[in-house]
Design a protein around this ligand. Structure first.
Ligand code: SF4
Length: 414
């Protein structure tokens, strides 16, 4: 049987009515929530940002979902999140600040629900069976002790994963150190490992106002006015990915997780109910497309097999080189991703071939960087070599900036 995913448009009856309809169309919560249920509601409040701008889950969606859950009379309800702790994007992020600015703290107060900062939760180390990259993972006890988790991501593009939906949103239940580790190990595989030990019962996607491209406010904001819902994470993320106009086959963490579950992340496995997916489909620009515009000095050539693994590592590498060198290291650089035809590639001493996909062309010229995907620091080193930049100094400078950002929020994790 196909998994149902609903798409509902917000109309004159408002956001709560749309959330109720989306949940009902996707099968409802009555069979999931019982009087003994301990429910964790997990919005995406990864950094402090006001609601209605697409950066974090709109608190009105969180409020609607929480009300619906409360009406079913569970034993307990907690709204929980552990925000990004400033590691990736800098700044003084904190979960409490994110709860306050996003309006989530007001929702919890209004509804009499506990709000829990998962970054300072108790943690338990859980063993991942047949892991891709994380054999053990430290997870907030609140998530492990909840028998129902309702995942409320906001739909948007993402620099390292191409998109972020329900699977990526679960990173919030990791300890701060583990959040950091997932980037080092490879985010896509780590997300698949994490989701294989955290059981999500239902997903409601905030697709009211979302972000495309590099997710910058306000220029990358898109108003969709939609709510998606479903009980199956793979199905919901597949529909959400298609709604943005991307092919689910390119979303590595979704593909890895689906493979682990023995299912396919593709529309043939999903029954879309409510609004038509085709009629609401968008054509979002990816972070990379936006990035290309920001790095006009770099030519990026993509073949069909290009996926988020190489995308993500390249984005990190180019950003670090731009930020921590004199800016000339990227001039006239050509980066080859995936498997374009060799005839499409102009091989010079400033051509870089990324990863396993273009490996067969390695003999034709340029610099080949091994891996699937190659690691960010290996890409930095290769580009530094051909540009005459001291790679060790550049990486050290990048690490210091990261460490400073990390230190600013360390107190939240202790
Ligand atoms: S080398 Fe691996 S990570 Fe890179 S595009 Fe090919 S399949 Fe994806």
């Amino acid at each position: 049987m196909k998994n149902k995913v609903s798409i509902v448009k917000v109309n004159e009856f408002g956001i709560e009515a749309a959330v109720r309809k989306a949940i009902d169309l996707a099968g409802g919560l009555k069979k999931i929530i019982t009087p003994s249920s301990q429910v964790l509601i997990k919005p995406n409040v990864c950094h402090p940002e006001p609601p209605g701008r697409g950066g974090v889950t709109d608190c009105r969606v969180t409020e609607a979902v929480t009300r619906i859950v409360q009406e079913l009379g569970p034993n307990s309800v907690i709204i929980g999140e552990g925000s990004a702790a400033g590691y990736d994007w800098g700044g003084s992020h904190s979960t409490e600040e994110a709860f306050r600015v996003s309006g989530t703290a007001d929702v919890a107060r209004r509804l009499g629900v506990e709000l829990r900062n998962l970054n300072i939760d108790r943690f338990e180390e859980v063993t991942v069976k047949n892991p891709y990259v994380m054999d053990k993972v430290r997870i907030a006890k609140t998530a492990l002790e909840s028998d129902v988790i309702i995942d409320i991501p906001v739909l948007k593009t993402h620099g390292r994963c191409l998109i972020t939906l329900s699977l990526k949103n679960m990173k919030g239940v990791l300890s701060g150190a583990e959040k950091r580790k997932t980037h080092r190990l490879g985010l896509d595989k780590a997300i698949a490992d994490l989701n294989s030990v955290v059981k999500v019962s239902f997903v409601v996607v905030d697709a009211l106002t979302v972000r495309e491209g590099l997710g910058e406010y306000p220029k990358n904001m898109v108003k969709l006015g939609l709510i998606l819902a479903g009980a199956d994470r793979v199905a919901v993320d597949t529909v959400g990915t298609c709604l943005m106009g991307f092919d689910p086959a390119r979303i590595m963490h979704l593909q890895y997780f689906a493979e682990r579950q023995g299912v396919k992340a593709d529309l043939s496995q999903v029954e879309v109910v409510g609004e038509s997916l085709e009629e609401n489909k968008q054509s979002f620009s990816s972070s990379l497309e936006t990035f290309k515009k920001r790095f006009p000095e770099v030519s990026v050539l993509e073949g069909m097999s290009t996926c988020t693994g190489c995308y993500g590592e390249l984005l990190g590498a180019l950003a670090a080189i731009k930020a921590h060198s004199d800016g000339n290291a990227l001039n006239e650089l050509t980066v080859v991703l995936g498997n374009p035809e060799p005839s499409e590639v102009k091989f010079t001493d400033r051509t870089v071939l990324l990863g396993k996909c273009p490996e067969k062309m390695a003999d034709l010229g340029g610099t080949h960087i091994k891996g699937c995907p190659p690691m960010c620091d290996d890409i930095i080193r290769a580009i530094c070599v051909i540009s005459g930049v001291d790679a060790d100094a550049l990486i050290e400078s990048r690490n210091q900036a990261r460490q400073q950002s990390w230190e600013e929020t360390r107190h939240l994790l202790e």
